[in-house]
Design a protein around this ligand. Structure first.
Ligand SMILES: *[C@@H]1O[C@H](CO)[C@@H](O)[C@H](O)[C@H]1NC(C)=O
Ligand SMILES: *[C@@H]1O[C@H](CO)[C@@H](O)[C@H](O)[C@H]1NC(C)=O
Length: 307
């Protein structure tokens, strides 16, 4: 109970802090800052009236007085009688949750999808997928087509696998410019996320040849994942062509697993929100001269909303 009340007070304090710098303005002047409106949920521009800040009203349900909403220095109302019924607690929780959603919308958008794109251009924006658990961070917002929130990493271009033979002998860590907890908050706030992954090969097995577990991508928590992009069933050893029976060798589940001297590739999107983003890439069977592999990993792209 105390925690929820504190949170409410912090939120109101934040709202009020937005207008303190305008105390010198002339009476009646309109200022550009926004403050929580009288209903406690919607924001509205502040108009400095020159009057003393108003006292907040006493709490409606005997829990906590409402903060003064209009005045720059409005003080809190008198606390009512404490009444800790489960129903009251739930109402307060609901109220706080709704307030949080409104604040996120007006202060920092949870993702690019919450930005009104009619008057914006694609570019870098600050988002805050969860106002209470992670710091805001910068992403690329793509407003062409469906709005995309994009997080890049340090291995965006195609990279050649350095010569080595045993399973997973080549290891590349993928580093993002924002913390994993921030990325996960965005994923949880989005309805869909995807990441493109590709292995281009000459005589280099990707997932399964005479030995299994040749290559893998590492999940969010570092688990070796044994299916490839585009394999929607997520079954081990499957690439996209294996799902549709269209691999260069129709008995196999990946083009590269044919281990052929003819260049080929396996590619597609990873879409599992529980395991994205990719944190590492590992390959083997790429001993030069003769065996070559190249990997490409796209940025993490999230779309839609998940409340
Ligand atoms: C987005 O901005 C445009 C232009 O300012 C406005 O007409 C429209 O109502 C806004 N949409 C939303 C959902 O706020
Ligand atoms: C933005 O989205 C459009 C349409 O989906 C796509 O063609 C373009 O490559 C994207 N731009 C970036 C920078 O991702």
């Amino acid at each position: 109970m105390i925690r929820f009340i504190s949170v409410v007070l912090i939120i109101f304090a934040y709202g009020r802090s937005q207008v303190t710098e305008n105390e010198e303005n002339c009476p009646g002047s309109t200022v550009n800052n926004y403050i929580l409106g009288p209903d406690g949920y919607t924001m509205q521009p502040t108009v400095y009236t020159g009057e003393s800040p108003k006292q907040g009203k006493p709490g409606k349900r005997g829990t906590q007085g409402e903060p003064g909403l209009k005045g720059n220095k409005g003080t809190r109302g008198e606390p009512g009688q404490a009444d800790n019924t489960a129903e009251e607690l739930q109402m307060l929780k609901d109220e706080v949750a709704e307030m949080k959603t409104k604040l996120e919308f007006y202060l920092t958008p949870p993702s690019c999808d919450y930005i009104n794109r009619t008057e914006k251009t694609s570019g870098t924006y600050v988002i805050s997928p969860d106002l209470w658990t992670v710091q805001p961070f910068s992403v690329y917002c793509n407003f062409t087509g469906e709005t995309e929130t994009i997080i890049e990493h340090d291995s965006m271009n195609e990279i050649q696998v350095t010569s080595c033979e045993p399973n997973k002998c080549y290891k590349r860590q993928i580093r993002y410019n924002v913390a994993m907890e921030q990325i996960v908050a965005l994923i949880q706030r989005s309805s869909e996320c995807r990441q493109f992954i590709k292995y281009r090969c000459i005589d280099s097995v990707l997932l399964y040849g005479s030995q299994s577990d040749r290559g893998a991508w590492l999940s969010r928590d570092g688990t070796h994942m044994k299916y490839w992009g585009g394999a929607t069933s997520q079954r081990n050893d499957y690439c996209a062509c294996g799902e549709t029976g269209t691999c260069v060798n129709s008995n196999l589940k990946c083009n590269c697993d044919a281990n052929s001297q003819t260049e080929t590739a396996d590619e597609g999107f990873l879409t599992d929100k529980d395991t994205l983003p990719v944190t590492g890439l590992q390959f083997g069977d790429a001993t030069a001269p003769g065996e070559y592999g190249w990997h490409t990993l796209g940025p993490l792209i999230c779309t839609g909303r998940s409340e």
